[in-house]
Design a protein around this ligand. Structure first.
Ligand code: RIB
Length: 308
C-alpha cells in the first residue's frame, strides 16, 4: 500500500505573458481552478501510475467548504482512498499560481486546513499496511517526522520517502534533523538540496554523497530536464535522464516524479528503473496546464500494460 501524508489545495492559476517582478503589474487572461497541493498531486500521480496494482491512500485535512468537497471528489475520480478529515470552520488550502508563457511559475500557498494536519490523523492500522509512506514539506515538519516515526515502528520493513519541498526556513534544526534521520529516501530539487546543506552547515554543498552519508538515507536530487541523480549512503551515485519536451506548465512536475516513483517502489520495483520511469512521468505532466491535468496513466509509461 502507498500512503501519502500531506497537503491538499485548490490551485488558482493565472496565465501571464511574463511572471511579474516586484512592483510590476501584468494582465492575466482568466483564473482557472485546478486540483493541487503537493500531497494530493503525489497521491493522484501514484494512483495513475499504480492503476490498481497497489492501494493508494491519502491522509490530509480539508475545510468544510466547496473546495474541500471538490478535492475529495477528485480523489474518488482518481481511485485514491481519501482517509481525510474535514475540519469545521476552516477553509481548504489554496495556492495562487502565476504561470508564465515559458511554462515556469511563481506560487503562493495559503495552508489553511493543511496547517492543522497532525500525525494522529493517520491510523496505525493504515501505517502497518503501508509499504511506502510519502510525505512533503507543505505541512508541519514536526507532524511529518512523527508520522514517519510511527510508520517505522508499525511496519519496520516499510519505506518512508520525504520530498522536502519546500524546505521549511523557520523550523527548528532539531525537527529538521529528526525528519531527515527518520526517512529512508529524501527527494529534493537542486535548490532544496542546497538549502538543506546550508541549514545543516554541510562542509561542501556540492558533495551530496556526504549529505546522504551524514543523514543516513538515500538522496534523490531532481534536475528538471537534466533528469535525476541518486546518491546512495554507501557512496555510489547513479544518474537517470529525462525525455526532452517543450513545457506548457511545470507545476506539479516534481510531485508527479515523487508519486510515480513511490508507487513503483510500493509495487516492488528497484530504485533505478523506478527513477527513470518517474522522470518520464514528470516530463509528460509538463505538457498540460494544471498540476494534475497532464499526469500520465500507467500504460503511457509502462507501454506493455493494459490501457483500461
Ligand atoms: O507542487 C505544486 C503544488 O504546489 C501546486 O499544486 C500547489 O498547490 C502548491 O502546493
Amino acid at each position: 500500500m502507498l500512503t501519502i501524508f500531506g497537503s491538499i489545495n485548490i490551485d488558482q492559476v493565472i496565465r501571464v505573458p511574463n511572471i511579474p517582478v516586484p512592483g510590476e503589474t501584468v494582465l492575466g487572461d482568466r483564473v482557472m481552478d485546478t486540483h493541487g497541493g503537493k500531497g494530493a498531486n503525489q497521491a493522484v500521480a501514484g494512483a495513475r501510475m499504480g492503476a490498481g496494482t497497489i492501494p493508494v491512500v491519502m491522509i490530509g485535512t480539508v475545510g468544510d467548504d466547496a473546495f474541500g468537497k471538490a478535492a475529495l471528489q477528485n480523489f474518488a475520480e482518481n481511485k485514491v482512498r481519501a482517509d481525510c478529515t474535514v475540519l469545521p470552520d476552516c477553509a481548504t488550502g489554496t495556492a495562487f499560481i502565476t504561470l508564465g508563457s515559458d511554462g515556469e511559475n511563481a506560487i503562493t500557498v495559503v495552508p489553511d486546513a493543511n496547517g492543522l494536519l497532525e500525525a494522529a490523523h493517520a491510523s496505525v492500522e493504515v501505517l502497518q499496511k503501508t509499504s511506502v509512506l510519502l510525505c512533503q514539506g507543505e505541512v508541519s515538519l514536526k507532524e511529518t517526522a512523527h508520522v514517519m516515526g510511527v510508520h517505522r515502528s508499525a511496519n519496520p520493513n516499510g519505506t518512508s520517502v520525504l520530498n522536502l519541498a519546500p524546505v521549511p526556513q523557520d523550523g527548528d534544526l532539531g525537527t529538521l534533523r529528526a525528519a531527515l534521520e527518520t526517512c529512508d529516501i529524501l527527494i529534493v530539487n537542486e535548490g532544496e538540496a542546497e538549502a538543506i546543506c546550508d541549514l545543516l552547515a554541510a562542509p561542501d554543498k556540492r558533495d551530496l554523497s556526504a549529505l546522504a552519508k551524514a543523514i543516513g538515507c538515500e538522496v534523490v536530487v531532481t534536475r528538471g530536464p537534466d533528469g535525476a541523480d541518486l546518491f546512495l549512503k554507501d557512496g555510489r551515485v547513479t544518474h537517470v535522464s529525462s525525455p526532452q519536451i517543450d513545457p506548457v506548465d511545470t507545476t506539479g512536475a516534481g510531485d508527479t516524479f515523487c508519486g510515480a516513483f513511490a508507487a513503483l517502489l510500493a509495487e516492488g520495483r528497484e530504485m533505478k528503473p523506478a527513477l527513470a520511469m518517474a522522470c518520464e512521468a514528470a516530463a509528460k505532466a509538463c505538457c498540460a496546464i494544471g498540476a494534475q491535468t497532464g499526469m500520465p496513466r500507467r500504460h503511457e509509461i509502462l507501454k506493455d500494460t493494459d490501457p483500461s
